[in-house]
Design a protein around this ligand. Structure first.
Ligand code: ADP
Length: 610
């Protein structure tokens, strides 16, 4: 945490100065009390009014000064604390962004959100008040102790004797609170995750479709009740501690009176009334800092739970980082060649024996070629797609772009070179123009429109009353599937990468949308190297090379005609998915028969039926 305070060291020093002065000023008043009592108020011949007036005025000034300084100190410490807090939040956010995809596939979204908001919020108190509080209380304690010793060392001994009991009490309370705080945070993270999962658009759809209301509710309710219980425990522990301190504060003057009585009786020390009153006033200045310091300790201890959770994330080293001297491939000079050389890769690096998701994959896609990856689900096609823009690092072998290992390229070079069209087109909750500008930040409206014309979506966007300023809902729910895909395609057109990874959507679109998306994709692929995880027959047939993937290996490669004639994996997939030949009948409700089978509605067999 210390480096986080570094930029604000001037304010920190100013705080320290103010705290020292304020604490010293605070001790002056009790000492004045003795002077007032013994030299102005209870003197032989009646009170000395002039002296009393001056001393009273001085006491008022001291009180005002002490409070004023306290206020300035509160302002300063909060200002520094809040700045550090916001820096910490930004640091965590930016760190999370640098973590590899594997971190996010292995962590629940709600969990991450909770640490960023709840846990960082949890350390707020500690960050804003610890420094000032510790200093102020230490100085107050020491100055009060010094003043007490000046008044009477015997009475000071009596007052200090109870201090150890405080420590034991606080240690115990702190431990209990830490445990409860950790549990509460865990349950809160669970609750956020449940809320996030079940109240998102997709989650609520799932819940409605499968009638899962009661299950979700039971899960939520269980966690929710636990949180309530934990909160009650936390409050009771804290308040119990507070009342314990009250007892000490109430009982301790009695001990001092007793002590003073004994001293006077034995005649061993002269104790004036002013001394006793000043002493008991000082006594609160002795106990109060102790209780405050212990309270800070308790808070520090409970906030350790939050710090643990924050630093657990900050301590994860991003595994995919830029090399010290990255090779730069200029956008204009790029050719767009992709090669996978003897690549072995596995998601689960801990599993023994190792299970390779890609096992010895070698393939080359020449500049401008269209390569199609085909194969059964789970074969490793998407994984190959992820390796090209270095979303994961290979375990063995290498991925090369224009002959350069991706591990030698900077992240910026890779993103400039490689574009990705995912199956599910993700649109931010923002205007269409903002969503498009994710592809090219400084694109003008004319450029946006040009890209959208190429993606066959400009006309549709202009139909909205707000045109390109139309806000699309979270995940773009106000656009149809095909429209979203075309916006996503326009975004990649703006980005203008040399290499395109295209994960074709398997979900069915109606015929018109399908045709529009196809056209948009066709224009997008022009002049680029494309690796398509292909589900559409038109893509596969147009491919310069088809790679048949199965079990993490490339088991065959060639063109459509070549592979059909070899009669291997591709040929059987082709027969299975697209039927082999002719449309035999189109029923009145649109159901089509092909080779004696009903053809899935979304396949387009007419062109293939050669
Ligand atoms: P395809 O795209 O060919 O359907 P994938 O490349 O998505 O196949 O997956 C290949 C294999 O890797 C599958 O067995 C899948 O279960 C596994 N896999 C995919 N993603 C992950 C992940 N994040 N963690 C662990 N295993 C994964």
């Amino acid at each position: 945490m210390v480096p986080l305070f570094h930029p604000y060291r001037r304010q920190v020093w100013a705080t320290i100065g103010i705290v020292l002065v304020a604490a010293a000023v605070g001790v002056v008043n009790p000492l004045l009390i003795r002077t007032v009592f013994d030299t102005a108020l209870f003197v032989t011949g009646g009170p000395d009014m002039t002296r009393l007036l001056w001393l009273s005025a001085l006491m008022v000034i001291m009180a005002v000064a002490s409070s004023g300084l306290g206020l300035v100190q509160t302002w300063l410490t909060n200002k520094v604390g809040q700045q550090v807090l916001s820096d910490l939040r930004t640091k965590l956010f930016s760190h999370l962004q640098r973590l590899p995809l594997s971190f996010f596939t292995g962590t629940r979204t709600g969990e991450i959100q909770s640490r960023l908001t709840n846990d960082v919020g949890g350390v707020q108190g500690v960050l804003t008040s610890t420094l000032g509080s510790v200093l102020y209380n230490v100085v107050t304690f020491l100055s009060a102790l010094a003043a007490m010793l000046v008044l009477s060392w015997q009475l000071t001994l009596v007052a200090v004797a109870t201090v150890p009991v405080f420590f034991l009490l606080t240690r115990w309370v702190g431990e209990r609170r830490r445990v409860v705080a950790r549990h509460t945070q865990e349950r809160l993270a669970d609750l956020t995750a449940i809320t996030e999962e079940s109240l998102s658009v997709s989650g609520i759809l799932l819940s409605k479709v499968f009638h899962r209301h009661s299950d979700e509710l039971a899960r939520f309710d269980g966690d929710n009740r636990q949180i309530a219980d934990l909160q009650v425990r936390q409050q009771v522990i804290s308040n119990g501690f507070f009342y314990g301190i009250q007892v000490f504060l109430g009982a301790s003057p009695a001990l001092v009176y007793l002590g003073a009585g004994l001293l006077l009786n034995s005649g061993s020390a002269a104790v004036t009334a002013g001394t006793v009153v000043a002493f008991t006033t000082l006594q609160t200045r002795l106990y109060f800092p102790i209780s405050q310091l212990l309270q800070v300790m308790v808070e520090l201890r409970s906030s350790l739970a939050y710090f643990d959770r924050i630093f657990e994330y900050l301590d994860i080293e991003p595994s995919i980082i830029d090399p010290p001297q990255p090779v730069v491939i200029d956008r204009s000079a790029a050719r767009g060649e992709v090669e996978l050389r003897d690549v072995r890769f596995r998601y689960d690096r801990a599993a023994e024996p190792p299970h390779w998701n890609l096992d010895g994959v070698s393939l080359v896609v020449r500049p401008g070629q269209l390569a199609a990856l085909v194969g059964p689900s789970g074969a490793g096609k998407t994984t190959i797609g992820y390796l090209v823009p270095r979303l994961y690092d290979v375990d063995e072998g290498a991925v090369l772009l224009d002959g350069v290992d991706v591990r030698q390229l900077g992240h910026l070079s890779i993103t400039n070179l490689v574009g990705f069209v995912t199956q599910e087109s993700y649109l931010f909750h923002a205007t269409i123009a903002d969503n498009l500008r994710a592809g090219k930040a400084d694109a003008t409206l004319a450029e946006l429109r040009q890209a959208c014309e190429m993606a066959a979506i400009d006309r549709r966007i202009m139909e909205f009353p707000d045109g390109y300023d139309t806000v699309v809902g979270e995940r773009g729910f106000r656009l149809s599937g095909g429209e979203k895909q075309r916006v996503a395609i326009a975004r990649v057109i703006l980005h203008d990468p040399k290499i395109l990874i295209l994960d074709e959507a398997t979900s069915a679109l109606d015929t018109t949308s399908e045709r529009l998306v196809q056209e948009a994709l066709g224009r997008l692929m022009e002049g680029r190297t494309t690796i398509a995880i292909a589900h559409r027959l038109s893509t596969i047939q147009a491919a310069d090379v088809i790679f048949g993937i199965d079990g993490g290996k490339v088991i065959e490669r060639g063109t459509h005609t070549e592979l059909l004639s070899t009669g291997g994996l591709y040929a059987s997939l082709y027969r299975e998915q697209f039927g082999g030949g002719r449309i035999e009948a189109v029923c009145s409700d649109g159901v089509r028969m092909c080779d004696g089978r009903v053809l899935p509605r979304h396949e387009a067999p007419v062109e293939l039926a050669s």
